[in-house]
Design a protein around this ligand. Structure first.
Ligand SMILES: [Fe+2]
Ligand SMILES: [Fe+2]
Length: 194
């Protein structure tokens, strides 16, 4: 894979803040993969590099791409179309860079809300995005410690979800159902609930 080509694309299509965030997500993804025994570092790098590739596209462009992909969105989803930048990023990786590994494409697509039954790669990218080292606020520290010190990805995910959901509730913002489904699925697993 030509990482120089990917890097130039991201430099051209992301603002400086998002580009630097992306590099930190790649670094954190590799740290998490090493800590948790996930040895396909190439997949981690690809998924982390591309995860926000569509983040700076206009809302209309994201809506076009997602609609052409066959998604039928509700009015709340259209109003909050930024939630679908993961799908737009996945389309860029697949169509502009010929990435066809479904595990990588799904991790890119799922990084915003997560889904039920996340793979280890999904979890690594989701968490690397949530607590990369540029995100230095109290609400991410517990999740980072759980993933890196306690080596418990599911506990780290619950902390990440609860923090994100609290933030969204405090700002009276829309919460996508995948966020709730993914969070409850992990909680059920941690509680050994059927
Ligand atoms: Fe993102
Ligand atoms: Fe991100």
């Amino acid at each position: 894979m030509d990482f120089e080509k990917i890097d130039s694309y991201l430099k051209e299509n992301l603002n400086e803040f998002r580009y630097q965030h992306t590099l930190r997500v790649v670094d954190m993804g590799i740290i998490l993969a090493n800590k948790h025994g996930y040895d396909d570092i190439l997949k981690v790098k690809l998924a982390c590099y591309f995860h926000d590739a569509g983040k700076n596209l206009s809302p209309n462009k994201i809506l076009d791409m997602v609609s052409n992909e066959g998604y039928k969105l509700t009015c709340e989803e259209i109003e909050n179309i930024h939630i679908y930048h993961g799908v737009a990023s996945m389309i860029i990786a697949r169509d502009k860079f010929n990435i066809n590994d479904m595990e990588v494409l799904n991790a890119i697509k799922n990084h915003v809300t997560g889904v039920e039954k996340m793979t280890i790669l999904d979890k690594i990218v989701f968490l690397a995005d949530f607590f990369e080292m540029g995100r230095d606020f109290d609400r991410v520290h517990k999740s980072r410690d759980a993933a890196i010190i306690d080596l418990n990805l599911d506990e780290a995910l619950i902390l990440a979800y609860d923090s994100t959901i609290n933030e969204l509730v405090s700002k009276r913002r829309f919460i996508h159902e995948n966020t709730l489904r993914a969070r409850n699925f992990i909680l059920r697993k941690l509680n050994n609930c059927c």
